[in-house]
Design a protein around this ligand. Structure first.
Ligand SMILES: CC(=O)N[C@@H]1[C@@H](OP(=O)(O)OP(=O)(O)OC[C@H]2O[C@@H](n3ccc(=O)[nH]c3=O)[C@H](O)[C@@H]2O)O[C@H](CO)[C@@H](O)[C@@H]1O
Length: 376
């Protein structure tokens, strides 16, 4: 089979973590020339992960700029990605998730008549404002994708309910679980906690939490630490200034609140392993925690990942100060309540999602003659 150019787009930290196993598998096939384009929607955290996963970025649009609007970002990303699609004569474009970069990649592919494969398709809250703009972004991406790689059956049903052709939907599992399983195995790490120390791992970064919700979350953490003398908090702080300011105000200089810089993925997995309990608004952490057998309290009012809530492993508790104190105290006080939230299986994948995606693409290209002129 003639080589096909697969253009993989990455823009943020979680996109690198979730595209890395796919990129590596594509590089190991005989049929794919895998080209990586970074939009660099979030520069600092993206670079940390590109280095960690040793990804060779051929095109870097370096789009992050101060006070940029979503419209500016989208316009520049569509133009930049379009140029690279033309220059590389891409046969397929792949991207994961729901950022503006991913939408721009799908739209640029659509305009250039190049098929787009959406990794992690079908996640929904069905509320266009929560999260904004991601819910709208992922719904729009679905309209113009050729392949929808859904992480779960529920995500696939969402797409079917929206009228997406069933034949274009594949339940693959989440590629983030591939990265997790592969990393744990390469580091010879098991999933059991190494200590019984009461360590709470905290991560918060979502735009909806800026302002009062963040202050509420941090106040709750401070009260909990004062109430439980054996409680330790590990908190890798997101570098966004909207977060740094209230962190300083509420959490600085406490001997049992450990404020950390954004962690390298390996270090972060270790923090997860060593934690007793996780409080987060992160999507990826909600997906990883069941594999790590850690209960999660979700600091949001909605989640597009209800699978672990239904399995009893996570609970959506919102950002109200008293609710956070009550729900966290329950898990710290009652070992029965805590144990009930630890699970055997992850609903998000078995570690083979990227292998399935590569097989689907490979089958497609084996049965499709090359039509785009590669020689001119
Ligand atoms: C609306 C929504 O839910 N959107 C999600 C959001 O992704 P997210 O919420 O998962 O993002 P984060 O929390 O930043 O990353 C998490 C990953 O980072 C690792 N980690 C964490 C802290 C650290 O110090 N070091 C690390 O290594 C951690 O293990 C995990 O794998 O945006 C993506 C597009 O950008 C979307 O596709 C995705 O749906």
């Amino acid at each position: 089979m003639a080589k096909r150019t697969v253009l993989c787009i990455i823009g943020t930290r979680p996109e690198v973590i979730k595209m890395a196993p796919l990129i590596r598998r594509l590089q190991n096939t005989e049929w794919a020339r895998c080209v990586v384009l970074a939009t660099a929607q979030h520069r600092e955290l993206l670079d940390q992960m590109i280095l960690r996963f040793n990804i060779h970025v051929e095109y870097d649009l370096n789009l992050m700029s101060k006070n940029q609007t979503l419209s500016e970002l989208a316009a520049q990303a569509i133009l930049g990605i379009s140029e690279v699609i033309t220059k590389t004569r891409a046969d397929v474009v792949l991207a994961q998730g729901d950022t503006t970069s991913v939408f721009a990649a799908a739209l640029a592919s659509f305009y250039n008549n190049v098929p787009f494969g959406h990794v992690e398709a079908g996640l929904r809250t069905n509320n266009l404002q929560h999260p904004f703009p991601e819910e709208g972004t992922r719904q729009m991406i679905a309209r113009i994708s050729k392949w929808h790689f859904a992480p779960t059956l529920r995500a696939s049903s969402q797409l079917i309910n929206e009228g997406i052709d069933e034949a274009s939907i594949y339940v693959t599992g989440n590629t983030g679980i591939d990265t997790l399983v592969e990393t744990m195995s390469s580091l010879h790490l098991d999933t059991e906690p190494v200590s019984t120390k009461k360590t709470l791992l905290l991560t918060v970064h979502r735009r909806e939490s800026f302002g009062k919700p963040l202050c509420d979350i941090f106040e709750a953490i401070k009260i909990l630490v004062e109430r439980y003398p054996d409680l330790h908090v590990m908190y890798p702080v997101h570098p966004n200034p909207n977060i740094l300011l209230p962190v300083k105000q509420f959490l600085a200089n406490h001997p049992r609140i450990n404020l950390l810089p954004p962690q390298d993925y390996f270090q972060f997995l270790d923090l997860m392993r060593q934690s007793y309990l996780i409080l987060t608004d992160s999507g990826g952490v909600q997906e990883e925690a069941p594999t790590m057998k850690k209960p999660v309290l979700v600091l949001r009012n909605t989640t597009e990942r209800p699978e672990s809530v239904e399995a009893g492993i996570s609970k959506v508790i919102g950002t109200n100060r008293d609710d956070i104190i009550r729900e966290t105290s329950l898990l710290l006080d009652s070992f029965a309540a805590y144990s009930a939230m630890r699970t055997e299986d992850s609903p998000y994948g078995d570690g083979h999602a990227s292998m399935r995606i590569v097989e689907i693409l490979s089958r497609h290209f084996r049965s499709t003659p090359q039509t785009r002129n590669k020689s001119s």
